[in-house]
Design a protein around this ligand. Sequence first.
Ligand code: ATP
Ligand code: MG
Length: 414
Amino acid sequence: MPALQPARGTQDLLPDIARRHRQVSETARALAGLYGFAEMATPIFEFTEVFARPIGEHTDIVSKEMYTFTDRGGEEVTLRPENTAGVVRAVLSNGLTQSTPLKFFYSGPMFRYERPQKGRFRQFHQIGVELMGVATPQADVEVIALGNRILKELGIADRVTLELNTLGDPQSRTAYRDALVGYFSARHSELSEDSRRRLERNPLRILDSKDPGDQRVTGEAPDFSDYLNEASHAFFARVRDGLDRLGIAFRLNPRLVRGLDYYTHTVFEFVTTDIGAQGTVLAGGRYDGLIELMGGPAMPGVGWAAGIERLALLIAEPPAPARPIALVPIGEHAESRALPLAEQLRDAGLVVDLGYSGNLARRMRRADRIGARAAVLLGDDELAKGIATVRDFDSGEQREVPLDDLAMCLRALG
Ligand code: ATP
Ligand code: MG
């Protein structure tokens, strides 16, 4: 039988990579806490309708990327492709809409049936925040500030650029949509197959096309700012002003639209050119219509999600874990004393590794392989005298230590 392989687009997070992921998620979790966001976790799968309606039938996610199946009980379920819809569903199911503002942080796996490539997987991981119940632009500024601070703390702030745009309120968006349909219809023949399809369903997405032919057409497309009403202009001005006051630099990108249908007003992305084509590391915006669309009260919201895989590629090597002490029993009696002694040393806060089996040479090789700081050699004769031998791998020195002093002596090695 050939060796089993992981499913396409999935990967194992072996310890070195898992450590990078944890560095990202723990940094984000701690800083989200600093801003008063509380962690929540929603199920990895939901009834399909939780995602289908809010994300929008005409988005890539719903039309071709969802992992949807009928379970054994005949229910239509979907592995979550993103977490905003799940968080909103949880807020509604648990009747949390009374005490706003609501501030949540999440971290976990998401699933999309995509063509795998560098920085793009079928199972990937996101961290994200949602702030619900605040209609003022301060909320947009604060969630961006949190994203910015996380990137700074991860040491990658100078490798990313914040891009900012507004999609206006629904009235402005409809006016712009109509203008786009008019413009693109006139240049229909120049558009790619994909974009022609988007023309009827989701014309704003054409602006986002990576096709060079499309980009020639979108370059001359009408500008959203000409279709923004007064209120939308004013809202966006306050977001920009708020960012200026915090010293958060941004670049206006009038072509920035988000993949999901539910965004209004502010949209933003932190992008980098350092990891190839998949350069968006953190992306989000305001979604004022979403909660009502999902059957809740009319309640505004703003948030973002960031791809852990892409962030993990950018960060520096996280601090190495503490080097272990290798416990090496030699002889039958020592063997039976090893586990209790290991527990004692762990009580004292030491990282202890037990090789379990093999002769002295083999266990010393293991100690070397795991980068042990020192080995504790435990022979039957020594045990009888109440001592053990400590071999310091860095200095090469070896000495006898009373068992009672062992923890202290090992801790002193640092
Ligand atoms: P893209 O344009 O790259 O497809 P998107 O608009 O679909 O991105 P979002 O839904 O906004 O992405 O997700 C937020 C972030 O999650 C992205 O900026 C990216 O960092 C990460 N992400 C999204 N899809 C994937 C994936 N398939 N593999 C790895 N990371 C992903
Ligand atoms: Mg996508």
